[in-house]
Every structure is written in C-alpha cells, then in structure tokens.
Design a protein around this ligand. Structure first.
Ligand code: C2E
Ligand code: MG
Ligand code: MG
Ligand code: MG
Length: 280
C-alpha cells in the first residue's frame, strides 16, 4: 500500500517533471536579462545562387549563450518564446543586429541580402511593421531584407497577417516560405500569400540521392514553384552530388553544410573571402 503511494508521490513530484515545466517558463522570463547582458549573437548561413555560384544572401540564425545554462540551440527556445510576447523583443533584436552587421560588412566589400526568420503570427501585432517602417525612415535598404516564414504557425487572423505582408512587400521586403513540406497548410499558404521563394526542407533534400520518390517530389515541387513565378531554395545541402542533382533540376539556390555551417560575424567574413577567391 505504501509503495504504491510512494510511486504516486514520485510521479507527481518527480524532479524531472517539475524541472521541465519550469524550464519553459523561465526561458521567456529570462529574455530581458539575456538582451541586457548580450547573451544572444547571430550566425550567418550563406545562400548560394546555383547558376552563378555567388553568395546571394545570408540567413541570420540566433544563438543563445546563456549565463548559467550555457549554449542553448534555437530549436530549444524559439518555439516556446514564439508563444509569448517576448518573440517581438527577440525579433526586433535580430532585425536590428543583422541590419547593423550587414552594414558593417560593406566595409569588407561584402554586399549581401539578409534573411530573418519570423513566425507569421508576429505580424498580427503591428509592432514589427511599425519597427520596419521606422527603419525605412532612416534610409536603411529594406530591399536587402527577406523574411522567412515558418509553416508551423497558426495565425488567428489571416486577413491581418496577409495585409501586413502586402504592406511590407510594398516597402521592398521579400518573403520566403520556410521548411516547405513539413507543415499542415503549405498549399493554402502558397495560394494566399505572395511569397518570392519557397525553401524545401532539409528532410527532403537529405534523401535526394538515395530515394527516387523524394527526388521526384523535389523535382515536381521545383516545377510548380516556377510555374507560380517563385524561386526555390534547397535547405540542408551536404554533398557535391546533391548540388549537381539540384542544378540539373533547375533549383535556384542552395544552403547547407556542403558550403559551410552557419558562421559568426568574423568567421563569416573570413569564409566569404576564401569562397570568393576559390570561385571560378
Ligand atoms: P531554419 O530557419 O529552417 O534554419 C535551418 C536550420 O538548419 C539551422 O539550424 C541550420 O544551422 C540548419 N542547417 C542548415 N544547413 C544544414 C545542413 O546541411 N545539415 C544540417 N544537419 N543542418 C543544417 P539552427 O540554426 O539550429 O536553427 C533552427 C531553427 O530555429 C531555424 O530553422 C528557425 O526555425 C529557428 N530560428 C533560428 N534563428 C531564429 C531567429 O532568429 N528567429 C526565429 N523566429 N527563429 C529562428
Ligand atoms: Mg529559415
Ligand atoms: Mg528551414
Ligand atoms: Mg527549420
């Protein structure tokens, strides 16, 4: 009888459980301090134009060097932060930092576009649109900004987000649909939002050499996307063979460890110099 009771108690007060629920709670509470103490930094992942071989843009990817917990990968905090209003603060920080860093890259002779990941539902709140409008007033080149939208988002008011997307497009910002093929609403998103690019998820790209079905799925996706007047980015390209297959399929851009892992500011500048020198 008492053993059973203990078991119940253990289940309820299991440190593992309480740790887990606290963890998510704490992380969003800790954002203001993390911003204050500069615990975030950005890594940049180049996007290669498959026809010219040039670096057409870079994707800004957030990194959190937490004071006590050490390094936390974005997949372990972004999905939770996205459920709180803290995502606005984090997104503002990413926009501001990436803008100032690409501006600094100009003095290193690097002229690239930058992509920033945002959850679509962030646009239901006018805060980010207002923020970007204020950038426009300061004459920052919004033509250089692309917003990558995640398919996993459920928006509450599609009308509001769609009209925010239109406003931002008029300001020169372009849009891409991230992680294509892994979400629930791919086709309705593609039908109803004016994307410039579609990013095919790594899950498909990694099997392209070995799985004939996957290869045909990717080939026909590229076809549809082109018919709709958009461009295709392949994510997670890791080998030369995959690059060749994608080129033959007419894919426009590639990103992946084959070129480099995402790199911090200084490392990216060094990589870019070497890449440019090795290009034929
Ligand atoms: P994502 O936007 O789809 O970014 C691609 C992820 O795949 C990155 O992971 C990148 O490092 C990784 N990756 C790229 N190429 C390869 C490859 O060839 N092989 C392998 N194994 N992995 C590759 P990361 O940086 O850990 O980011 C994970 C996700 O976190 C991102 O997926 C994005 O959804 C989210 N995220 C990252 N930074 C931000 C941010 O600033 N704001 C928001 N809202 N989300 C972010
Ligand atoms: Mg992305
Ligand atoms: Mg992606
Ligand atoms: Mg992803």
């Amino acid at each position: 009888r008492s053993a059973r009771k203990d078991l119940k108690l253990y289940k309820i007060y299991s440190p593992k459980l309480s740790e887990k629920s606290n963890e998510n709670f704490d992380l969003s509470m800790e954002i203001p301090r993390a911003l204050n103490e500069r615990q975030f930094f950005l890594c940049y992942h180049p996007k290669i134009n498959l026809r010219s071989g040039e670096v057409e843009g870079i994707e800004a990817l957030i990194r959190w060097n937490h004071a006590e917990r050490g390094f936390i990968a974005p997949d372990n905090f972004i999905p939770h932060i996205e459920k709180t209003s803290m995502i606005n603060k984090v997104t503002e920080w990413v926009l501001k930092t990436s803008f100032s860093e690409i501006k600094n890259m100009e003095s290193e002779n690097i002229d690239v576009n930058v992509s920033v990941n945002i959850p679509l539902k962030i646009l239901e709140n006018p805060i980010i649109v207002r923020y970007l409008k204020s950038y426009k007033k300061k004459q920052l080149p919004l033509q250089k900004l692309e917003l990558e939208i995640l398919e996993r988002d459920n928006v509450e008011d599609f009308e509001i987000t769609a009209s925010a997307v239109k406003t931002l497009k008029k300001m020169g910002i372009s849009f891409s649909l991230d992680d294509y093929g892994t979400g629930y609403s791919t086709l309705s998103y593609m039908q109803n939002l004016p994307f410039d690019k579609i990013k095919i998820d790594r899950m498909f790209i990694k099997d392209i050499e070995t799985n004939g079905n996957t290869r045909e799925i990717v080939r026909s996706t590229i076809g549809i996307v082109h018919i709709l007047g958009m461009e295709v980015v392949a994510e997670g390209v890791e080998t030369k063979e995959t690059v060749e297959i994608l080129k033959n399929m007419g894919c426009d851009y590639a990103q992946g460890y084959y070129y480099t892992k995402p790199l911090a500011y200084r490392e990216f500048i060094d990589w870019h110099k070497k890449y440019k020198a090795s290009e034929v």
